[in-house]
Design a protein around this ligand. Structure first.
Ligand code: FAD
Length: 286
């Protein structure tokens, strides 16, 4: 259904949220989701704990989005630390919850996994998970892609080969890793098209609202920081509200440029912050 929207040429708007870290924070998460729902996204994606931990939380939040808010939910799912039976169990609970979209990911190697376990894992790549889900369920599958290449890939061409495999395995649309330089994204789209990979791509945009965010999420993502953004952080990093405004403004300018270039979809890494997300959406919606 999400893939059909994209194929029909709808420029989609979607958000990513993460499940609450503590069991007693579900009500707070609901309030965040209720607020995001007012912005009428085409879908909301829900992250999955590293190594498959707390997968029930992802299903719980995805179920709330799908059944209470009546917005398509895209449940993330990683496979690096999972056996086929584990994936089968999560798939069953998604089916029971009426969730029909999954972002199939390999995931990063969890710290508990030694070399032998890593080498002998059931699913080597996200494409293997995609193929398994296609064979064992009727879920619609999305995949991740990396405009600045995945950190393990020796070069962009090798990364593109992995992406081609994902498409062959049955992924029907893609969501990018966050990026701050639209030029890198446009160059990636050109390489992807030249490689004959025609899947629609939702561009992942993360508003930087604090200097601290760079030290965590952004560093882990491997995305480069353009000078303009580095300068903003240098200027406003010690002034939280000014920094938030500058980060929101940067994301708005990025999205307006992407929309002008006819991007398939905009996926905002909301960081569970409805106020920031609302400011951005209002500024980019005609
Ligand atoms: P893969 O596609 O398997 O790629 C991993 C590496 O293997 C790449 O270098 C690739 O070039 C190579 N490769 C891929 N396929 C093949 C193949 N068939 N043969 C040989 N090489 C291949 N992590 C979480 O833990 N939870 C989340 O909720 C989560 N959400 C994410 C959402 C998005 C939009 C993105 C972009 C990432 C997300 N991640 C999440 C992070 C992700 O799990 C890591 O980036 C992980 O290291 C790679 O996952 P992948 O699915 O891209 O792996």
């Amino acid at each position: 259904m999400i893939a059909q929207l994209l194929k029909d040429g709808k420029q989609t708007l979607s958000f990513e949220v993460f499940p609450p870290k503590k069991d007693d924070e579900f009500e707070n998460a609901q309030a965040v989701l209720n607020s995001l729902a007012e912005l009428k996204p085409d879908f909301i994606s829900v992250t999955y704990g590293a190594g498959g931990s707390r997968s029930t939380k992802t299903v719980e939040i995805a179920s709330y989005i799908e059944n209470h808010l009546h917005i398509p939910a895209l449940a993330h799912m990683t496979c690096v630390g999972s056996k086929r039976e584990d994936i089968g169990r999560v798939t069953d609970s998604l089916r029971q919850a009426g969730v029909s979209h999954v972002l199939a990911l390999r995931g990063d190697r969890p710290s508990w996994m030694d070399d032998e376990q890593f080498a002998g894992r059931d699913f080597a790549h996200a494409s293997d998970l995609t193929r398994f889900l296609k064979e064992t369920s009727d879920l619609e599958i999305a995949g991740a892609c990396y405009p600045e290449k995945h950190y393990e890939a020796p070069d962009a061409a090798a990364d593109l080969e992995g992406l081609r495999e994902k498409a062959r395995a049955g992924a029907s649309f893609l969501i990018t890793q966050l990026f701050f330089e639209n030029g890198a994204f446009y160059r990636f789209l050109e390489r992807k098209e030249a490689a004959g990979i025609s899947l629609p791509v939702c561009a992942g945009i993360m508003p930087i609202t604090s200097a601290r965010q760079l030290g965590t999420t952004v560093t882990l993502s491997g995305s480069s920081i353009p000078k303009e953004l580095a300068d903003l952080i240098a200027a406003y990093g010690d002034h939280p509200e000014d920094m938030r405004r500058a980060g929101v403004d940067y994301a708005i300018r990025q999205i307006l440029d992407l929309k002008e270039h006819g991007v398939d979809g905009i996926h905002i890494y909301s960081m569970n912050r409805p106020k920031t997300t609302r400011e951005i959406v209002q500024a980019v919606t005609p």
